[in-house]
Design a protein around this ligand. Structure first.
Ligand SMILES: Cc1ncc(COP(=O)(O)O)c(C=O)c1O
Length: 426
């Protein structure tokens, strides 16, 4: 069922063919010496507003091209877009891949609309992303919510388990309801992965398609120590924000498909319904470029993974600082994204918001996500060793400052010391 990560032989084949067709097409069109009478009105940068072109350069405008014949058509691709999407599909192990210009949001909406008719049930985690709620509105599907495990110490929820899903499906079956699809968020924003393979094994014997909101897991295919991807685990549709951990431009995503439970044409039609008829070629070519970057660099995640692992180890040794990990949950979740670092300073009596403010104002550290109890940092291909050293140093300062500030509060100090004495065995 599952498609393995590419072997080194396959990877080197991808390296040889590792061009970026859309990027190349954009480049050759922009090089033409032609008189343009088409949109956009900045006319390949000749009339670009100076405030922005001074900031980002005129070349961004030169390549901001419309759907010219040689640049293909996103909604009926036969040329360079088809080629670029096929190369992405090969790399990500799908049977078909669509490039998206309205983020994972529109991929989730299209996936739900293509699988659920009005009145059908969509089984979803209660903490799903807002795009799932709009997908319910657009499709007319009825939600059957699953409540994920919640850790109140962290104020963070986990994933969905196959057992929870099995119970929900059986409940609906007993009531004679039709389940259109199951939607799983894996990984969550905090990196917690669900057992997608187990979820698929509950759904597929009943003919229920599995959609995975894999917005935060687009990088999973590119290292053996990263969790398995949703498609590798047998999901029918997986939507990934290539613009999150990977390196395409904000708003560009990919929708991957596998198997034959879902109607390909229906997905294409729903995507056309939801997206602009003037898709940005800067966004599209950034997806092609991101795919090309991964095809050419097989060990690209070695360093970020090593850095993230070392950082977690160091943070965990700082008194008063905790790092979110799988043992924080009672459920047997299969993995947590090693590039996602979530820390808590609640043993220093600091909320996530307070810790985040201090890290930003005093140490110029900008996090990805903040909550009442925790702050999350995203490690990626651009993370530098000095950034990570600064994060660890700043967490140490936080600990030193607030650990001693709390010494005037005996109960809190006792609690912190007791915790650290226990964990350090002193
Ligand atoms: C879990 C989850 N799903 C979906 C989305 C939507 O992704 P996009 O911003 O690519 O539309 C997000 C965005 O943050 C998200 O966190």
């Amino acid at each position: 069922m599952s498609e393995a990560k590419p072997s080194s032989a396959e990877s080197s084949a991808l390296v040889q063919g590792g061009t970026a067709p859309l990027v190349c097409a954009l480049q050759s069109t922009a090089r033409q010496d032609v008189s343009c009478f088409h949109f956009p009105g900045h006319n390949r940068g000749k009339a670009a507003p100076s405030s922005l072109s001074k900031l980002i350069g005129s070349r961004a405008f030169l390549h901001d091209l419309p759907e010219l014949p040689e640049l293909d058509d996103l909604f009926s691709p036969k040329g360079v877009i088809l080629d670029a999407q096929r190369q992405a599909s090969q790399l990500f192990g799908s049977s078909k891949t669509w490039f998206l210009v309205n983020g994972t949001t529109c991929g989730i909406q299209a996936s739900v609309m293509a699988t659920c008719s009005p009145g059908d049930y969509l089984i979803v985690p209660r903490n799903c992303h807002i795009s799932v709620i709009s997908a319910l509105v657009l499709s007319g599907a009825v939600p059957k919510y699953i409540i994920p495990e919640y850790n109140s110490r962290w104020d963070i929820a986990g994933g969905m388990t196959p057992l929870q899903l099995d119970e929900a499906v059986k409940e609906l079956e007993e009531d004679g309801k039709r389940v259109g699809a199951v939607l799983v968020t894996s990984p969550t924003y905090h990196g917690v992965c669900s057992n997608v393979e187990g979820i698929v094994s509950v759904c597929h014997p009943r003919g229920i398609p599995v959609i995975v909101d894999e917005a935060h897991g687009a990088h999973f295919r590119f290292h053996d120590s990263l969790p398995s991807t949703a498609i590798e685990q047998g999901a029918d549709l997986a939507v990934q924000s290539t613009h999150k951990v990977l390196c395409s431009l904000t708003q560009s995503s990919m929708l991957h498909m596998a198997g034959d439970l879902v109607d390909v044409d229906k997905v294409s039609q729903c995507l056309q319904l939801l997206q602009s008829s003037s898709p940005s070629y800067l966004l599209l070519s950034s997806l092609d470029a991101a795919r090309d970057q991964l095809s050419k660099n097989t060990n690209i995640f070695d360093e970020p993974l090593a850095i993230a692992s070392e950082t977690k180890d160091q943070l965990m040794r700082i008194p008063g600082i905790s790092v979110l990990d799988l043992p924080c949950f009672a459920s047997d979740f299969p993995a947590i994204d090693p590039l996602c670092i979530t820390l808590s300073a609640s043993d220093l009596q600091l909320s996530g918001y307070e810790a985040d403010d201090i890290l930003y104002e005093d140490h110029q550290i900008v996090s990805e996500l903040v909550g009442t109890r925790a702050v999350t940092f995203a490690v990626n291909l651009g993370t530098r060793v000095q950034d990570i050293e600064k994060l660890v140093q700043s967490a140490k300062h936080l600990s030193e400052k607030y650990f001693f500030a709390n010494s005037s509060k005996p109960m809190k100090e006792n609690r912190v010391w007791a915790h650290w004495r226990r964990s350090l065995c002193i």
